[in-house]
Ligand binder design. Structure first.
Ligand SMILES: NC(=O)C1=CN([C@@H]2O[C@H](COP(=O)(O)OP(=O)(O)OC[C@H]3O[C@@H](n4cnc5c(N)ncnc54)[C@H](OP(=O)(O)O)[C@@H]3O)[C@@H](O)[C@H]2O)C=CC1
Ligand SMILES: Cc1cn([C@H]2C[C@H](O)[C@@H](COP(=O)(O)OP(=O)(O)O[C@H]3O[C@@H](C)C(=O)[C@@H](O)[C@H]3O)O2)c(=O)[nH]c1=O
Length: 291
């Protein structure tokens, strides 16, 4: 006897930070995770064949080209994944009347506003990564209109994959001292909290552009100092090293990053009914899992 296929939410991405965080948050029976070995989202026909094997209620796109500095010399790959693949997913969702939750970044903004960016503020990406993510957002808006949901977030970290927290912990073990930029301001965000927001967007049928980050504001230097303090408190590090606050000019990188990219979360708090926790509380939770 043929068993009826269950309805599932498809998550594009498997080994990335957000994909793994969604897996921790969600009912495994109702989710299918598709990494790059399972689906070719850059080719519409191949992608459709893979998606057609499931009975889908919604698609969450947790995939992206996220190597900010590498994107400066690999624009083609960044746009393939952050624009073309997003277009493909949006068209598929439109054709099948599926909900599409897409995740974007604070790096679509320029950084000169000086007060928290609203979901409706103008784009001014400073990097190829930011420009490619902007192109993906524009595609979702054009193709799906108010049927799509874009969640912009920033400075994501977790116990999974690669991120600033893990880089800092490694460098704090290897180096006698560190210099960390203190004139780029944003909001660190736990992937676990972001995953919950993505699932809430599906559950509550939320559409439009919303900002989700942890509460509070920090420079990368503030974040590094807190990482070291928490890691010493819970035994992840044995001894402190000096951390020097440095200007952006003292840490040259291929990609330019916004000097200020705090995101205004009011529309998200109203629509999602989520009150984000402060980033320092989230940091303690994540570091306790790394012990
Ligand atoms: N990391 C951050 O600081 C921030 C991230 N964001 C956004 O959040 C989202 C999630 O980011 P995050 O979890 O950190 O990303 P990661 O870099 O941790 O993971 C990237 C994901 O993209 C998938 N992927 C990469 N290349 C391909 C490909 N060719 N085909 C299919 N899938 C592919 C990977 O698939 P696989 O599972 O097969 O490895 C992986 O699951 C992204 O949209 C990102 O732009 C926004 C702001 C900050
Ligand atoms: C390693 C290191 C970095 N830095 C600086 C460089 C940079 O300005 C900042 C952050 O460095 P990273 O390269 O780890 O982070 P970066 O890749 O810029 O992180 C970004 O990723 C993408 C995907 C996003 O969408 C953004 O929201 C943001 O999280 O810290 C130092 O000042 N000292 C250091 O020792």
């Amino acid at each position: 006897m043929l068993r009826e296929r269950p309805n599932v939410i498809v998550v594009i991405g498997k080994s990335g930070q957000l994909a793994q965080a969604i897996r921790v948050n969600a009912d495994p029976q109702s989710m299918v995770f598709m990494g790059r070995d399972d689906i070719d989202i850059v080719d519409f026909d191949k992608m459709s064949l893979s998606l057609d094997t499931h009975k889908i209620t919604a698609v969450i796109n947790a995939s992206a080209y996220t190597a900010v500095d590498n994107a400066e010399s690999d624009e083609t790959s960044a746009f393939l994944l952050n624009e073309k693949a997003v277009k493909n997913l949006a068209v598929y969702c439109k054709n099948k009347s599926l909900r599409f939750i897409h995740v974007s970044t604070d790096y679509v903004f320029g950084g000169s506003k000086g007060s928290p960016y609203l979901p409706t503020d103008d784009y001014a990406p400073q990097s190829i990564y930011g420009a490619s993510k902007m192109a993906g957002e524009v595609a979702v808006k054009d193709i799906l209109g108010e049927l799509g949901c874009i969640i912009r977030t920033s400075w994501v970290y977790s116990e999974f994959g690669n991120n600033f927290v893990k880089t800092m912990l490694r460098l704090m073990k290897e180096k006698p001292q560190l210099g960390v930029i203190d004139d780029q301001i944003g909001s660190p965000t736990s992937a676990i909290a972001l995953a919950q927001a993505c699932l809430t967007a599906v559950e509550k049928n939320i559409s439009g552009v919303h900002h989700f980050t942890d509460a509070g504001v920090a420079s990368w230097y503030d974040f590094a100092v807190s990482i070291q303090r928490c890691a010493l408190d819970n035994g992840l590090l044995e001894h402190p090293i000096p951390i020097k606050a440095i200007p952006t000019s003292a840490y040259p990188t291929p990609a330019k990053r916004p000097s200020y990219s705090v995101l205004d979360k009011h529309s998200m708090i109203d629509a999602f009914g989520i009150e984000p926790r402060h980033w320092q509380a989230e940091l303690e939770s994540v570091l306790s899992k790394l012990k």
